[in-house]
Design a protein around this ligand. Structure first.
Ligand code: BES
Ligand code: MN
Ligand code: ZN
Length: 527
């Protein structure tokens, strides 16, 4: 699937489906029970499609003059023209709501719906007329439309006997081959095209993260996750190193090994490096590190989880998936900086060799940890990963992503990722990046008292505290392993996967964080 920018007349571009955005003109003063008021005026077609609509016998105009299409946000009307002398075979009118409220997220929804419709109908050529909108530059508009289209066309159907293969490969979007974004009055297409290709790369990275997170745990144990990381490295020029077996022991990854020891599928520690610095100054600069929790299945271990919903714990490596997707995008964009992706992968299983509640284990940092709950495993594998990152790479900034706590999911739901850290500046950078990508990042507290809850009587620290403030006490545990490094922890327990879908987010893994991290790294290199 390829996204292109076209400046021709919409009627001259061969399209199986042309999507036309329509602003509503109705004042929002609706009657109490939703009945329309007398002030309603019909919405109008964009100027660029006036000629096309004539060629279709005025079908679009007729739909707008009917009283049921108002252009309200998300409203759709599909038209199969009877009389047609254009190259467009179907039209979808899509309501954007009042023009002054339209933002990038509205455009992602528009393009997401468009791509979803095209894929559901097995169409090959989709065109989307870009809304002309004063509030958004053509570049921003093109970026958002591209993201919506690539994410909205995603399906996870590789286990359906007649389904498509991995959707994260650009050539695997089923019959959908081409998405044309039409900017009829565009004077300078070059910057718009470059925005489209950046957004395409980032969104394909996000779809890769979704493929990895959606994979069943039997298909993607830690070693298979490492293989996927190696494949991405080979294809994009990243440097990949995998530490496993005796080398993990020699490297003192005690916490990671303890979590993985109950499983037949041994833990793997994965490092992906983008050495993209091009100037002498950039080469001397400390790298950025992104660290992901890679629990390929979290049964809870001996502190076994209840069975309801346990199947979702195949997604407990969503942080790791986001790291792989982000590193792929950073490599493909060849951003001029040094970025390191780090993944601690293990499977948390009960069994004769499993670690137990009451065990005291070591960690790479040298701290001893009393295990009070084997289901608090994410912070253990991250403790070794964060310590490794700080020790080996001395990063300028470090971000970790983890489906870490049910508490964070309860606090923020599927609407926001929890942001914790030791640097207000870095937290703000993440929130700003999330704002630009539509991925909400919400600040959460991390008090010295949260660490007090994690004090152990017999070891340096214990791995689970009380129920209260569970997301913050988990973050306080992690903080013990980052030293002075500016660090942000993103708890994606609520945002890593979804049950209901919206226009560009299908049921299942979201790949949350990929576009935000790419935006963040891009911002850092531009500073
Ligand atoms: N992977 C889970 C957190 C999780 C739960 C994410 C539900 C998404 C949905 C994590 O490993 C876990 O089990 N956390 C425990 C920690 C507790 C034992 C201190 C939790 O949140 O209950
Ligand atoms: Mn757990
Ligand atoms: Zn977990």
């Amino acid at each position: 699937m390829k996204v292109t920018v076209k400046t021709q007349n919409p009627g001259d571009i061969p399209s199986d489906l042309l999507v036309i955005p329509v602003f509503s003109t109705t004042s929002p003063t609706q009657g109490k029970r939703g009945q329309s008021t007398k002030t309603k005026t019909s919405p109008s077609l964009p100027r660029a499609v006036a000629a096309l609509d004539k060629a279709l016998g005025g079908a679009g105009q007729a739909a707008l003059e009917s009283s049921d299409f108002t252009g309200a946000a998300g409203q759709k009307a599909l038209i199969y023209p009877v009389k047609n002398s254009s190259r467009v075979s179907r039209i979808l009118l899509y309501g954007l709501g009042p023009a002054e409220k339209v933002d990038a997220e509205a455009l992602r929804n528009l393009a997401g719906t468009a791509a979803d419709e095209a894929r559901t109908r097995k169409l090959a050529k989709l065109s989307i007329l870009a809304p002309s909108h004063r509030g958004l530059s053509s570049e921003a508009c093109a970026g958002a439309l591209t993201e919506g289209a690539v994410l909205g066309a995603y399906r996870y159907e590789q286990y359906k006997s007649n389904g498509a293969k991995k959707t994260s490969r650009p050539d695997n979007y089923g019959p959908l081959r081409q998405v044309a974004l039409i900017f009829p009055d565009l004077k300078k297409p070059a910057p718009v095209r470059s925005q489209v290709s950046t957004a395409e790369v980032a969104s394909h990275g996000q779809n890769l993260a979704r493929d990895l997170s959606n994979a069943p745990a039997n298909a993607l144990p830690p070693a298979a996750l490492a293989r996927e990381a190696r494949r991405v490295a080979r294809e994009t020029g990243l440097v990949c190193r995998v530490i496993r077996g005796a080398e993990l022991e020699r490297g003192r990854f005690h916490a990671l090994r303890a979590v993985g020891q109950g499983s037949q599928n041994p833990p793997q520690f994965i490092v992906l490096e983008h050495r993209g610095a091009r100037t002498a100054k950039a080469r001397k600069a400390a790298p950025l590190c992104i660290v992901g929790k890679g629990i390929t299945f979290d049964s809870g271990g001996i502190s076994l989880k209840p069975s309801g919903g346990m199947q979702d714990m195949k997604h407990d490596m969503s942080g790791a998936a986001t790291v792989v997707g982000t590193m792929q995008a950073i490599a493909q964009l060849n951003l001029p900086c040094h970025v390191v992706g780090i993944i601690a992968a293990a499977e948390n299983m009960p069994g004769g060799r499993a670690y137990r509640p009451g065990d005291v284990i070591g960690s790479r940092a040298g701290k001893t940890i009393e295990i009070t709950n084997t289901d608090a495993e994410g912070r253990l594998v991250l403790a070794d990963a964060l310590d490794y990152a700080v020790d080996v790479f001395k990063p300028a900034a470090m971000i970790d992503l983890a489906t870490l706590t049910g508490a964070c999911m309860i606090a923020l739901g599927e609407w926001a990722t929890g942001v914790f850290g030791n640097s207000d500046e870095l937290s703000k950078e993440m929130a700003d990046a999330g704002q630009s990508t539509g991925e909400c990042m919400w600040p959460m507290p991390l008090f010295p008292d949260h660490l007090r809850i994690m004090k152990s009587h017999i070891a340096d620290i214990k791995n689970s505290g009380a129920r209260e403030a569970g997301a913050s006490t988990a973050a306080a545990f992690l903080k013990e392993f980052v030293g002075e490094t500016p660090w942000v922890h993103l708890d994606i327990a609520g945002t890593g996967w979804k049950s209901p879908k919206n226009s560009y987010q299908k049921t299942g893994a979201t790949g949350v964080g990929v576009r935000t991290l790419v935006a963040w790294v891009k911002d850092r290199v531009q500073q």
